[in-house]
Design a protein around this ligand. Structure first.
Ligand code: IMP
Ligand code: MG
Length: 198
């Protein structure tokens, strides 16, 4: 029996809405760095990579790009609030203007940890841009200088964000309506989103 995708996911942010919002964010950000030396955009692997690629291409300003990977001991989203660095930056950010590029801020534990860790390295300035802000789920209040969309308390996938490692390359953002069904069969959406082979 063919699967009715509409029972499991629905589009939350279309590709066109992403393009338009990211263009506006790029203008906002290009005007927010006033020094000669290009800022360092730090993207958190892996979820923020698609956003980083589109955002930085849309920015009319020179900048450097570096990556960091972190993992939460809770193993999923949020949880214990204990975060550790899996891959550190290659760049010395001391005295630099730093822009953290995040896909989604949920409980706020990850971003709080990142801001504290990066602040200790003495950057000249530190600001964050997140594509999505799940503000209703915040446990730790954390500054968010720039954001794309505020979204309700739903699990999302696509445009860099995954469900058990899958669906990062879906070009729009989908909200999962039936998490239990997806957890039971994580590949259930492949046929249809990506064609027969999945
Ligand atoms: P926080 O520490 O709870 O703010 O979690 C932030 C991280 O959890 C994000 O960078 C994502 O990797 C992950 N996350 C939170 N909510 C979602 C979601 O709805 N879909 C996919 N990943 C999520
Ligand atoms: Mg992330």
């Amino acid at each position: 029996m063919p699967i009715d995708h509409a029972e499991i996911v629905e589009t939350l942010v279309t590709k066109e809405e992403l393009d338009r919002r990211i263009d506006a964010l790029a203008v906002e950000l290009s005007g927010s760095f006033e020094h000669d030396e290009p800022p360092v955009a730090i993207s958190i692997l892996k979820g923020a990579t698609l956003f980083l690629a589109d955002l930085t291409r849309a920015m009319d300003a020179p900048l450097e790009i570096d990556f960091m990977a972190i993992s939460s001991y809770a193993g999923g989203q949020g949880g214990s609030g204990v975060v550790r660095i899996v891959k550190d930056l290659d760049t010395d950010i001391s005295g630099r203007d730093v822009l953290i590029v995040e896909d989604i801020v949920d409980t706020g534990f990850t971003l709080t940890y990142l801001r504290r860790t990066l602040s200790e390295r003495g950057p000249r300035s530190l600001q964050t841009v997140t594509l999505l802000d799940k503000a209703a789920r915040r446990i730790v209040p954390v500054p968010l200088e720039h954001k794309g969309f505020e979204i309700p308390d739903v699990f999302v996938l696509g445009y860099g964000m995954d469900f058990q490692g899958k669906y990062r390359n879906v070009p729009e953002i989908l909200a999962v309506k039936d998490v239990a069904r997806l957890a039971n069969d994580p590949l259930i959406l492949c046929d249809g989103l990506f064609g027969e082979a999945g």
